[in-house]
Ligand binder design. Sequence first.
Ligand SMILES: Nc1ncnc2c1ncn2[C@@H]1O[C@H](COP(=O)(O)OP(=O)(O)O)[C@@H](O)[C@H]1O
Ligand SMILES: [Mg+2]
Length: 284
Amino acid sequence: MNRETPPQFEKVVIGRTTILVKDKYRDPILSQKDAFSEKTKERKLFPGVSLLKGRNLIPCIPIKGSQERMIIKHYEHGGLFRKITKDILWGSSRPFRELVILETASQRGIPVPEVLAARVEKILGPFYKGEIVYKEIPDSTNLLDYLKGLNRRTTEEKISLKRQIIDSLAEAIKKMHTSGIYHADLNVKNLLIRDTGKGIQVYLLDFDCSRITKNVSLKARIKNLARLNRSCEKWRAQVTDRDKLRFFLSYFKGNRLVEANLRKYVRRCAHFHLVHRIYWKFFG
Ligand SMILES: Nc1ncnc2c1ncn2[C@@H]1O[C@H](COP(=O)(O)OP(=O)(O)O)[C@@H](O)[C@H]1O
Ligand SMILES: [Mg+2]
């Protein structure tokens, strides 16, 4: 077994292509391996294909012989290289790394989608193209879209759902950090909400370029949370300052250092406002 192949996965080599596939899904995935082709985005090629919106369109297709569906994400460069090299990657295999992180996260009890396979196709030397396959979480929406949809609910429903989401997300993200996983792109579209009508389930998505370490430092955690906060502002997510405070308190619950500093900070703010109120009363 290869160092990169986690238990329950099999390594299949076909010419210049290597596929790590979950044993349970081996046959349906290998028999549908044409779906890895970029052309799957053209709806006609696969009966029942639907397209999800990420950085690109991501095909989601029925898994042969089951009611479940799989999502096949083709990797591309981000940033500056995106226009130049597009989907030609180099160095160590991003699809296999993400597969290992997702498997580890799942074993550590973090709510993530089940990873079914990853594929790397060598082109020349260190250059390759690749994909990852996740199991679709049915009836789910990313947090940004879910929050938009809440406008149709009554105020009470909205408050109650938001509270459940904030507390569940804070717990999931805290668990990810305490388990030693640093997310490379924690943002409001990489959080998935499944509203079953009986309760809310949350999932963390998109672990491309993320890292497993012994310990995620406080600085790194804050960096993750600050990125999430920035994404809320950038995409105008419907979250209030009160929501953010609730999340922050929920995430840091039980952290004596932060709680003590927070108390000090709140006291200082209260004192500051008291001084201001007195000033306004007499001189305002
Ligand atoms: N396992 C899944 N089940 C259901 N929807 C998903 C799943 N994975 C991703 N999505 C949807 O697809 C979108 C893009 O997925 P993501 O992995 O973040 O791709 P990208 O790298 O393009 O950002 C997410 O915002 C979410 O709406
Ligand atoms: Mg994403």
